[in-house]
Design a protein. Structure first.
Length: 589
């Protein structure tokens, strides 16, 4: 069915004559067939957000409805790909229209010509239900793509065959109880604003190892958890997001460049093909999907990009994989909501954002979790959601930051003063928090020993004590402090500089395994303990600070990965010997 345009206001188009259309239907607007989505209906009048530039469009243009909601194509070929906010493949579009996206261009998300080797895992006569795996495709060397029975289909397999197929070819026939034969291909479609179903959801009990010491040790994120990274301009949000995308121990990463600068997305595209996955040595792009909707691309598609990304992530979660969705940034997504809300003349909420901002953010983050997947074979998958927040001027009291903090369970607060002091990651240890610590403690105790969590608590208490002592130092100077308090300041400095500070551009220091983190933290805290024992024996603090092992601890994070255990053991033995010698000398005096 079709209607006609009566009003154009930037990305908002109002059309009449669409009485039979539904909210969320995808429409084609004008001669160029621009892609749009119906936001609301009043009688036969529809308000449409258009995902492309509307210049040149005027009243009287024809609007055709497709009758389907905004959906994504799910199947082999997504990994190693880059899409825009409505899942148009940018690599293929560049080959057709050059370096700019031509308006109205219609390229399928999945390659229709490429053949995939399908290996069945069911046989004729088997009964299958929604979510069952009927076969596999080796999509990349890192990921085995599982072809699942779409939601709403169940019955008996009457035909299945191994071979090379395109994503549209029928690979399996399933006869349902009412006698209807359902043709299953390698591809299925799913509306982006609808959560993909699952059997049940669990409490996250395993940590996500990111290789970043301040995150993994002090403020851990669980697989299936939610986290926010707020911070002012220049505090390193994007680098933190890149590090999480590069090194997190998940099977698939969906990176959404939502409204950020185009050159940051370019960095991702240039870096990721060069980087190797620490687990299997394969290029990181083989397990990564990039969605680029940068600040110079249509604002309405920015709003859709978040849903596109998380729907793709849910699909891989349903295969039983651990998936991470990284959105950079949800503030730019909220700005797109604000712009569309203003053009719709809705009643504005705080700072002009729509009144439904908090509920839309919750809809995104609540799609994360550890779930038991649909299907008769028991398998579980996890979806971890990490969103950057870019509050103006670093003011986290603004609506997007506050709404996000009420939803997520991990808050990594970036601090501009740390960034200006060249301390990266600039995560402030006094304002950040993780609510997963208690649920993750059994895993840490089992895998790393109960000393790890004790050391974490000790390190945090030293850092908090340092903050209090710094106030005294500002008033009366460091010389007025006791030797024990001065040692606390020295230990806190070691925790900050030798442990928390990390160089994302240095190969050895860019990623740090849990075992390495535990050993390094243990050495720093043992230095504090041994020094206090030596001071009780009469040793001078000045001598203890100047021991050669102190410099070795400072350089420990740059020790090559293959020899760090032996090196750390040697540093620890040297430290013990040097401190005991000073203690013996102090005791004799």
């Amino acid at each position: 069915m079709s209607g006609t345009v009566t009003k154009v206001s930037g990305p908002l188009v109002v059309a009449e004559g669409l009485a039979d259309a539904n909210v969320a239907d995808v429409v084609r607007v004008g001669k160029q067939r621009l892609i749009g989505e119906i936001l609301n209906m009043t009688g036969d009048s529809a308000s449409i957000q258009v995902y492309e530039e509307t210049s040149g469009l005027g009243p009287g243009a024809v609007v055709e409805t497709t009758g389907y909601p905004l959906s994504v194509e799910l199947g082999p070929g997504m990994l190693n790909g880059i899409y825009d906010g409505i899942q148009r493949p940018l690599t293929e579009i560049r080959e057709i229209s050059g370096h700019t996206i031509a308006r109205g261009i219609d390229v399928p998300a999945l390659n229709r010509q490429k053949l995939w080797e399908f290996v069945p895992t069911v046989k004729i006569g088997d009964r299958v239900v929604a979510g069952d795996v009927i076969g596999t495709v080796q999509e990349t060397s890192a990921i085995l793509h599982k072809i699942m029975v779409p939601v709403g289909i169940s019955g008996e397999v009457v035909s299945v065959q191994e071979g090379s197929y395109t994503v549209e070819d029928t690979v399996c026939l399933v006869k349902s109880a009412d006698g209807v034969n359902h043709k299953l291909s390698l591809m299925q479609r799913w509306p982006v604003r609808v959560n993909r179903p699952y059997e049940k959801k669990y409490v996250p009990l395993r940590p996500l190892c990111s290789g970043q010491r301040v995150i993994d040790t002090l403020f851990p994120l669980a697989k299936g958890g939610t986290a926010a990274v707020p911070g002012p301009f220049g505090s390193g949000k994007t680098v933190v997001q890149h590090q999480l995308a590069k090194w997190s121990d998940v099977d698939v990463v969906v990176y959404i460049g939502c409204g950020e600068r185009g050159n940051e997305m370019t960095d991702v595209l240039m870096e990721f093909p060069e980087l190797k996955d620490p687990r299997n040595g394969e290029p990181l792009m083989k397990r990564t999907i990039l969605i680029a909707n940068t600040s110079d691309m249509p604002v309405a598609a920015r709003e859709a990009s978040i849903y596109t990304g998380i729907t793709i992530a849910e699909y891989f979660r349903d295969m039983g994989y651990d998936v991470a969705v990284i959105a950079d940034s949800t503030s730019r997504w909220a700005e797109a909501l604000r712009e569309m809300s203003g053009r719709l003349e809705e009643m504005p909420g705080e700072e002009g954002y729509p009144a439904y901002l908090a509920s839309r953010l919750a809809q995104f983050y609540e799609r994360a979790g550890v779930v038991e997947c649909l299907g008769s074979d028991v398998r579980s998958g996890s979806l971890t959601a990490i969103g950057a927040v870019s509050p103006p001027g670093g003011d986290t009291s603004e609506p997007v930051s506050q709404a996000t903090m009420r939803i997520v369970k991990v808050f990594w607060g970036l601090d501009s003063s740390l960034a200006y002091a060249r301390h990266f990651p600039a995560i402030n240890w006094l304002t950040s928090y993780s609510l997963y610590v208690d649920s993750l403690k059994p895993w840490y105790d089992k895998e790393l020993g109960d000393q790890f969590m004790k050391n974490r608590e000790k390190a945090l208490s030293i850092l908090q004590e340092e903050s209090s002592l710094q106030e005294i130092v500002k008033l009366v100077g460091q010389d007025s402090l006791s030797a024990g308090d001065r040692l606390t300041l020295e230990t806190a400095k070691m925790i900050r500089e030798d442990f928390l500070q990390q160089n994302a551009f240095m190969d050895v220091d860019s990623y740090s395994s849990y075992d390495r983190q535990a050993l390094l933290m243990h050495i720093v805290l043992e230095y504090d303990r041994l020094c206090r024992e030596a001071m009780d024996s009469g040793a001078e603090l000045g001598e203890l600070i100047r021991i050669p092992a102190r410099e070795q601890i400072g350089r420990a994070k740059s020790v090559p990965e293959e020899v760090y255990k032996a090196e750390y053991k040697q540093i620890y033995e040297n430290m013990k010997t040097q401190i005991s010698q000073i203690a013996a000398g102090g005791g004799e005096e």
